[in-house]
Design a protein. Structure first.
Length: 614
């Protein structure tokens, strides 16, 4: 792996993006200080188009505050927190490894099961980190009562050196942050919740112990503990703690193992381990009885066998990163900017494409931000993103209980008068303004169902609530989000924004044919919506259908959107692909004329001029 052109981000040099999730991006970065001081770190920052979402920003800040207090060998270490270019960031230790989900998947692919010793060792390390977090005290000696709330395979990292790290305290809460510890609010991944968490009840540290038991169960059973076909089926099983007994699915015959699992997975919290260290003690007693003792070195050797190629790539990336020096002047990392230029001597090789789907500044509609550094659409040009270091996106989930109530059950009240409907509408509008989309949807469903005469008036609000709810869940619960998006377009089939947001969702999911269908409907409803054509241009370009991409970007340009320079730049790139050299150069010039600060257009034109002079 070779890093991208380094860009300054405050005191950091951002070298290459190593992961991108639904809510944030992760970069390999370097601090370069006085007298040759250097340190490689990871910088995690909120995705630009989400930087003004108060709920997500609040969750991000909570993660930074809590994680900064946690100094333990089994918890990822936070070094720094701040803002740059209107976006919050966290600097943390850069860990070369794979999360437990990827590790178990690879073990199945290679038929190299995680052995009993390894599974017990990993679980014991998780218990050690949780015990520290659960009993952490503040500077006044008061116990904080931290609960992780999302102990799940993506949030457990196994490093290539054999360490076990708990990551992502994005939805963890200390006891004094009571506003988010309330009945009816469910946060976390459903299949790894405790029964009380799935009910939306107030939880304590024993909920994390239940989730840890699930991880041990799944590592040894080599299958999911809950097997429902959809989220609601799984939720029902979780609430009842209904799963196949471990004796039926785990081949090891140690009575102590099953006692550990049954106690950790007890439905009643009072019957579980009262603390993580007691669970850890039982695990270590069992380890002492095994013929082979696990160790950090043994875990490292196992990871090297699983991920031989990935480790080689990561070693190359780290060596390249260490060689990066800070020039006297570096381009400042801008809000959402990420690019490099080829070093080729041949003008024909200038093919860095950047397809950016920006917010429409005229009407505030949010769109997807995508930056590609490619030699051809979908093919990496010398930069492999390091899967060895990853980002688990910060997730803020609304209540599944509310979802069930709103969408699956009937209304118990009927016959509201006009004054009652006005109150419902006002409360729903307030909820929308506060971005409490789940509550708004609940209120509006009731209002719509009880007043056919005012349905047309209420539908736009109901559609907005459904779209907001779906957007919040898109990263964590894509199937449920898709249902909500589809519900929105079914309820309001004349709503351009609903189809546009559905297309945006499918674009994120890389379901491009469905995205094209949704965008096409949006374009049919509103032929003056530039974001629609812009996003269609991106999809066609990614599919190497450059003729259609050119058509879509030309339609975007003809609408003179606020992001005209970027539409012209993308039009130029696809024309270059079509061999249309003169329009390629002309549209680069027009892009620069539309926005003299368009760095990509300027650098392309400068490179062309330099090559002409050779």
């Amino acid at each position: 792996m070779t890093p991208s052109q380094p860009r300054r981000y405050g005191k950091y040099l951002l070298m290459d993006k190593i992961a991108s999730g639904g809510m944030a991006e992760l970069y390999r970065a370097k601090i370069i200080g006085d007298r040759g001081f250097e340190k490689i770190v990871a910088v995690k920052k909120i995705i630009p188009y989400l930087a003004f979402d108060d709920v997500l920003v609040s969750s991000f800040i909570d993660e930074a505050k809590l994680a900064a207090l946690l100094q333990h060998q089994n918890i990822v270490q936070i070094y720094d927190f701040g803002t740059m270019a209107n976006s919050y960031f966290i600097a943390m230790e850069l860990l070369a490894g794979k999360d437990l989900r990827l590790s178990t998947n690879k073990s199945k692919q290679k038929n190299m099961p995680i052995g009993l010793e390894t599974a017990l060792y990993i679980t014991a390390q998780i218990c050690d980190g949780l015990e520290y977090a659960h009993k952490l005290r503040d500077f006044q000696g008061k116990q904080l009562g931290i609960i992780h709330r999302d102990i799940s395979p993506p949030n457990i990292l196994i490093t290539f050196s054999g360490q076990v790290k708990i990551i992502d305290f994005g939805i963890a809460k200390a006891r004094n942050q009571s506003k988010d510890t309330q009945v009816g609010i469910i946060k976390g991944k459903v299949a790894y919740m405790s029964p009380e968490q799935a009910e939306g009840k107030v939880i304590d540290h024993r909920s994390d112990i239940f989730a840890t038991g699930i991880l041990l169960y799944e590592m040894l059973a080599r299958r999911r503990m809950y097997t429902g076909e959809d989220t609601l089926q799984v939720l029902s099983q979780v609430r009842e703690a209904r799963f196949e007994p471990p004796e039926n699915v785990i081949g090891y015959r140690y009575p102590e193992l099953f006692r550990i699992l049954h106690r950790a997975l007890a439905k009643n919290p009072d019957e579980r381990y009262p603390s993580s260290d007691e669970m850890q003690a039982d695990i270590e007693r069992l380890i002492n009885k095994l013929p082979n003792r696990p160790s950090t070195q043994g875990i490292s050797q196992y990871m090297h066998r699983l991920f031989e190629k990935e480790i080689s790539d990561e070693d190359l990336a780290m060596r390249a990163a260490m060689q990066v020096q800070a020039p006297a002047e570096l381009p400042q990392a801008e809000f959402g900017d990420s690019y490099t230029l080829t070093d080729s001597e041949d003008a024909a090789a200038i093919v860095t494409e950047v397809i950016r789907l920006e917010p429409d500044q005229a009407d505030g509609k949010a769109a997807l931000s995508t930056t590609a550094e490619k030699s051809s659409w979908g093919e990496s040009r010398g930069v492999k993103y390091a899967a060895a270091v990853f980002l688990v996106a910060i997730l803020v989930l609304w209540s599944l209980f509310v979802y069930r109530k709103v969408f699956l059950s009937g209304d118990s009240n009927s016959g509201l008068n006009q004054a009652g409907l006005d109150r419902l509408r006002a409360a729903a509008v307030t909820a929308l303004e506060e971005k409490r989309y789940s509550k708004a949807a609940e209120l509006l469903k009731k209002a719509v169902s009880q007043s056919s005469s005012r349905k047309e008036e209420l539908l736009p609000y109901y559609t907005k609530a459904l779209l907001g709810q779906a957007s919040e869940l898109a990263a964590a619960e894509p199937e449920r989000a898709e249902q909500l998006f589809i519900r929105a377009v079914e309820l309001n089939p004349e709503n351009t924004e609903a189809f546009f947001q559905l297309g945006l969702f499918y674009t994120h999911q890389e379901k491009y044919q469905k995205a094209i269908a949704a965008y096409s409907k949006a374009a049919e409803l509103n032929p003056q919506h530039p974001n629609t054509f812009y996003n269609l241009g991106y999809i066609y370009a990614k599919a190497k259908n450059y003729g259609k991409a050119e058509e879509m970007f030309e339609r975007t340009v003809n609408l003179s959107p606020p992001f005209l320079d970027e539409a012209l730049f993308n039009l130029a790139i696809v024309q270059r692909r079509l061999g249309k050299r003169e329009p390629f150069v002309e549209n680069l010039k027009l892009a620069l004329k539309a926005n003299p600060n368009n760095k990509l257009a300027k650098e392309y034109l400068d490179r062309i001029d330099r090559l002409k002079k050779k």
